[in-house]
Design a protein around this ligand. Structure first.
Ligand SMILES: [Zn+2]
Length: 340
């Protein structure tokens, strides 16, 4: 063979080896890339599947063979009933809007990120004024959006416990109040307020002496004819024990502290004896709320449990004798994108 030909063959082989290496690496990397992509897609599909499954399971609980549970889905809620209590979907937080005849009140306003969304939802309902606004206690998941509410609506009376905090969120609420020239009041235990044709009783409020800020939560009982609601903020079992002797028996219980196991003691739940219980908590929240022990206790008592993480906003509608529930998407959770 000629030297030139040999050289050519050598060059050709080298080129082949080079291409083989390039091909191998590109295939290897592509495969990795492909696998990663596949993993992400499979994970995403599975998580959506799980979510749909749990929602279907939750809704089936109320519809399959349990016709007495009055829950239906709504596209939109109109302010038509005498008494309406909205357990708003604000993720891992609390916000409860109440209408009694032509008056409105608000208990808590979710996290900071929920404030603007709540304001636009209240606007869409045509609300311009609240007779009462309560900040149950100084934690961000309860008073976070209150500054936005204060800035945007007329408020007759604003209540918070005598247990201040040094957080920016708390200071923002105080500043917003000052700008609107509203002084906050400290509710008195046992006092009764009129609200539409309903009665509102202050069952409990804690002060600065409480070690746990959750135990300063304002607890309210709303009664309209034969239907009543107990709103407990984030009260723990420590204080539940102190109020069991009071008139706390209620048709509907807003379950304490997002369904945490440190609230909802058996003695307290027995006394409230709710027919319905609403848990306000975030989808897949980091705290594992609601705790299965709490849900089991409630179901054992015969209460039907509605969860905002599974249903979205839950609305109770009543004429004072009958009660029914609707669930609706209100787009009021400001953190919803971060949680996925
Ligand atoms: Zn809370």
């Amino acid at each position: 063979m000629k030297k030139k030909t040999k050289k050519k063959i050598k060059r050709f082989i080298l080129l082949l080896v080079f291409f083989a290496v390039v091909f191998f690496f590109s295939f290897f990397f592509d495969k990795n890339l492909f696998n990663n992509l596949k993993d992400t897609v499979v994970k995403e599909v599975n998580s959506v599947k799980e979510e749909v499954k749990s929602k279907v399971k939750e809704i089936e609980k109320y519809t399959k063979g349990k016709e007495e549970v009055p829950l239906t889905e709504a596209d939109k809620i109109e302010l038509t009933n005498d008494l309406m209590v909205f357990f708003l979907d604000v993720g891992q937080a609390d916000s409860i809007l109440i209408k009694s005849q032509d008056e409105y009140m608000l208990i808590d306003a979710g996290n900071n990120a929920d404030g603007k969304k709540l304001v636009s939802y209240f606007n869409s309902l045509g609300i311009t004024k609240f007779k009462y606004v309560f900040g149950t206690h100084a934690h961000e998941d309860h008073i976070g959006g209150l500054d936005d509410v204060i800035k945007n609506f007329k408020i007759d009376k604003f209540y918070m416990p005598d247990a201040p905090s040094t957080t920016t969120t708390y200071v923002e609420v105080l500043n917003a109040l000052e700008k609107k020239n509203i002084k906050y009041s400290i509710p008195k235990i046992g006092s009764k307020l009129t609200f539409g044709d309903s009665n509102l009783e202050v069952i409990y409020v804690g002060d600065d002496n409480r070690e746990d800020l959750n135990d300063t939560s304002i607890v309210l009982k709303l009664t309209y004819k034969n239907i009543s609601f107990l709103f407990t903020g984030d009260l723990t079992s420590n204080v539940e024990r102190e109020i069991v002797s009071k008139n706390i028996k209620s048709t509907v219980l807003k379950v304490g502290h997002h369904g945490s196991k440190y609230s909802s003691s058996a003695v307290f739940l027995n006394q409230v004896d709710p027919k319905y219980a609403v848990i306000s908590c975030g989808k897949n929240n980091e705290y594992g709320h609601p705790h299965s022990v709490v849900v089991n206790k409630l179901e054992k008592l015969g209460a039907t449990v509605f969860r905002t993480d599974l249903l979205g906003t839950v609305v109770a509608l009543s004429d004072g004798d009958k009660i029914e529930f609707k669930y609706v998407n209100t787009d009021t959770d400001g953190d919803s994108n971060e949680k996925i």
